[in-house]
Design a protein around this ligand. Structure first.
Ligand SMILES: Nc1ncnc2c1ncn2[C@@H]1O[C@H](COP(=O)(O)OP(=O)(O)OP(=O)(O)O)[C@@H](O)[C@H]1O
Length: 517
């Protein structure tokens, strides 16, 4: 049913009321501005009068007469001096203005609600931070929380946003289980729905709990300022990394703390494994890596076990050797990649033997991106054929010195299908999407020091490079430009990064030739 327009009189009447309110508000604002000095002086005068009264009340009765006499003499002198009354008036007004000025309220400690929250936290921690044998326990029921807690800040709901806790030296802070119990209590009692960082200082017997803001999700695919051999996996907390990268974020440009992965001959983590829940963004991460590899003149071979066509935008682009979705194509492409790795090694070795620099064609980065190898493994098992994963052995073992980088993406529930070689040689790790601490520890080698985020947007997770710290990660939005749900801005961003369509034939799909040694 079509909506009937409001009667003119009603709509214009409400407009007039709104305009009237606006005028009244601005008149009130102007009046406050004009009267501000007067308000300040009268506030000061009130304070002076109150102070005078208090002084008079505090003066002993026998000294009131002389005091009154002195005051009267003072007034007389002022009256007799030329311009005395005027100067006295100016002086009183100045003192009143000074006394009446607005002073910022300085908070000196937690308010009632915040104190209650701290008391509750303290009581909840008593069972974990005390033992019956301790003669003077730092934590005891009904004890003094101020000896254990410091450096606290709160949000508007009196929930702590930062808290330093001193605990007794006998607390087994080296045991992950003991730490986890304390972290769980703090998480629950400080308010769920926020992401906490727990920073344990074993030497100082201190724990600092802080609330982390959500990682921004607004950075989309773009040409990142990196050198060849560097790939931006995503963005993290400013304190977690030293490297920042200038990024376009909406209409502004800012320096964003980036998780930069280094590949190539000097890399200690030359290959990467990304694991995620379905829909968590592992294919998007692979697309982002592919675009960055192409930006630095790399050759890219994509094997998409999921076969959902998420890499269609890369088909036929300059630098993209092949995008294989079926088992046959995957086996052909990966067999070629294994032989190419061997060829590069042999050629580089021969050149070194002859005292020459390695040939140009062995130095061009080659990227093998393999999404969902477990699916291809299943298909291969049905046909009693070779598992494509097996063909990754040579690139994974020798790829580093041959400028060959392997990136594997798999889902959490099929991660156990990955072979030993893949697990051993993919030392750069990414875990995306919601996951339990145990799952994350299985992928990253250790659990993150942060609690799970209340809301996990796509592309949100953790990264760990080798034995480095676990970093929170948000992958830049790099959606499939051919997906109709992709926004126009993102579609243009990704299409703008794609190389031109290649007119030359790519080498990957050709059957592998035996190497002439
Ligand atoms: N970093 C990101 N920023 C914004 N959106 C993202 C990001 N990563 C993924 N998405 C969106 O989430 C959806 C799923 O992403 P993607 O296909 O990459 O997930 P996946 O882990 O490969 O899942 P599946 O294997 O089920 O396809 C897509 O709509 C994608 O655009």
């Amino acid at each position: 049913m079509a909506r009937r327009p409001l009667p003119r009189i009603l709509s214009s009447g409400s407009e007039r009321i709104a305009r009237g309110r606006e005028v009244a508000r601005s008149a009130a604002d102007s009046a406050t501005d004009v009267l501000h000095p007067l308000i300040t002086v009268s506030r000061g005068l009130r304070k002076l009068v109150a102070a005078g009264r208090a002084k008079w009340a505090a003066t002993p009765k026998d000294r009131r007469g002389p005091t009154l006499f002195l005051a009267a003499a003072g007034v007389l002198v002022v009256v007799l001096v030329p311009y005395g009354p005027l100067l006295a008036l100016i002086g009183v007004m100045a003192v009143a203005a000074w006394q009446g000025r607005e002073r910022p309220v300085v908070k000196t400690g937690p308010d009632e609600a915040e104190t209650e929250r701290l008391k509750g936290l303290y009581e909840a921690l008593v069972p974990y931070f005390s033992v019956p044998e301790d003669p003077s326990p730092l934590f005891a029921h009904g004890g003094d929380w101020s000896g254990a807690f410091s450096d606290f800040t709160f949000d508007g709901d009196a929930r702590p946003t930062r808290l330093r806790i001193v605990y007794p030296a006998y607390f087994p802070d080296g045991e992950p289980a003991a730490r986890a119990r304390v972290e769980q209590v703090l998480h629950a009692k400080s308010g769920r729905g926020r992401e906490y960082l727990f920073d344990w200082d074993e030497e100082g017997n201190q724990l600092v709990m802080s609330v982390l803001p959500a990682l921004p999700t607004t950075v989309a695919a773009q040409r990142f300022v990196t050198v060849p051999g560097e790939t931006v996996l995503g963005f993290t907390d400013p304190e977690a990394v030293q490297r920042t990268v200038p990024v376009r974020d909406g209409d502004a440009t800012r320096d964003a703390p980036a998780v930069v992965w280094r590949t190539g001959a000097r890399s200690t983590e030359p290959h990467l494994l990304a694991v995620g829940q379905p829909g968590s963004g592992t294919s998007t991460l692979l697309r982002s890596i592919a675009l960055q590899a192409l930006q630095h003149d790399g050759d890219v071979l994509i094997v998409d076990g999921g076969g959902t066509g998420e890499y269609a935008c890369l088909v036929g682009r300059a630098g993209v050797l092949a995008v294989e979705c079926g088992l046959n194509g995957a086996l052909t492409g990966l067999e070629w990649a294994a032989r190419e790795t061997e060829r590069r090694l042999v050629a580089a070795q021969r050149a070194r033997g002859a005292g020459l620099a390695p040939p140009e064609d062995t130095r061009r980065p080659l990227w093998i991106l393999l999404d969902r190898p477990s699916v291809l493994g299943d298909l291969a098992a049905i046909d009693a054929r070779q598992d494509p994963q097996d063909l990754l052995k040579v690139p994974l073992r020798h790829g580093r010195s041959a400028q060959v980088t392997v990136v594997v993406a798999e889902q959490f529930d099929t991660v156990d299908r990955l072979g030993e070689t893949v697990r051993t040689h993919t030392r750069a790790r990414v875990a995306l999407g919601p996951a339990s601490p145990d799952w994350l520890a299985a992928v990253l080698g250790t659990a993150p020091r942060t609690t799970p985020p209340p809301h996990v947007p796509p592309g949100r997770g953790y990264a760990r490079l080798g034995t480095g710290p676990v970093l929170r990660l948000q992958v830049p939005a790099t959606p499939d430009p051919y997906d109709e749900t992709t926004s126009e801005a993102h579609r243009r961003a990704v299409l703008g990064l794609l190389p031109e369509h290649d007119t030359q034939e790519s080498p990957a799909p050709t059957p592998p030739q035996p190497l002439a040694h």
